[in-house]
Design a protein around this ligand. Structure first.
Ligand code: PGA
Length: 270
């Protein structure tokens, strides 16, 4: 039990997560090879909780590769209905069935290309939780929003709408990934200070909604052009608890190196 306001203790209790979002990449054999390399390295990275999110087609095969290891499986999306005539969609129960523990929800690419809204994100979070999946909920501002001084307003409304009526129990199972849209796949990373500013405000917002103690335990990942060269500096920031990695998660060597840098940073900060 963490006393309210005991920030440094809470920080120590927040586990380090490094999640790889493979997006629409990799055939089944390629996905199996990447997963096997990560599984091979994982005993040397006990301080980190590793998660991989393959495309739907590779989930079942990657599950077999992960079996018996500490690496967890995530879906990249789901649909909130239980089942039925929803061509092309995948339910929360299906993700559980194939061995997922986590699911990415509200990624900016889904919002941008597939019209996902905060209301839809809310339904997806609830569907995930009701099937025992832990959501990794993505929030972030566009370049326009940043340049017009709307970053904080945008992120706060994504959280307000996306987390609407989410009880304390649901909240405790949910991670947030702050991913500035202008930093995703562009090679432009937010500076550690830019990222920390938003992470700290997210945590403050969560404290208003859920109380200090749950907010100080909440896991807030950063995503957007994370690579071995910037992972250490980002993770030394107080409110950055791990990473959601896209491009650099498609090579085992860079994913593992990012994780090692994150572990090195964790040791400095705790
Ligand atoms: P990126 O993607 O690391 O390639 O920028 C991050 C993400 O979209 O989750």
């Amino acid at each position: 039990m963490i006393a309210d306001g005991d920030e440094s203790l809470a920080m120590n209790l927040r586990p380090l997560f490094v999640a790889g979002n493979w997006k629409m990449n990799l055939t089944i054999p390629e996905a199996e090879r990447l997963a096997a390399a990560i599984v091979g390295a994982s005993p040397g990275l006990p301080e980190a909780r590793l998660v991989v999110a393959p495309p739907f087609t590779a989930l079942s095969s990657v599950r077999e590769v992960l079996r018996g290891s500490s690496v967890s499986l995530a879906g990249q999306n789901l649909y909130w209905e239980e089942k039925g005539a929803f061509t092309g969609e995948i339910s929360a129960a299906m993700l559980r069935d194939v061995g997922c523990q986590y699911v990415i929800i509200g990624h900016s690419e889904r919002r941008q290309y597939f019209g996902e809204t905060d209301a839809g994100v809310n339904k997806k979070i609830r569907a995930a939780l009701s099937h025992g999946l832990s959501p990794i909920v993505c929030v972030g501002e566009s370049l326009d929003e940043r340049e017009n001084g709307q970053t904080i307003a945008r992120i706060m409304s994504q959280i307000e709408e996306g987390f609407k009526n989410l009880g304390a129990a649901g909240f405790s199972q949910t991670m947030i990934a702050y991913e500035p849209v202008w930093a995703i796949g562009t090679g432009k990373t937010a500076t550690p200070a830019q990222a920390e500013e938003v992470h700290a405000l997210i945590r403050e917002k969560l404290a208003e909604e859920y109380g200090n103690s749950p907010a100080s335990c909440a896991i807030i990942l950063y995503g957007g052009s994370v690579k071995p060269a910037n992972a250490f500096d980002l993770l030394t920031e107080k409110d950055i608890d791990g990473f959601l990695v896209g491009g650099a998660s498609l090579e085992a060597a860079s994913f593992i190196e990012i994780t090692k840098e994150a572990i090195r940073a964790l040791k400095v900060k705790t």
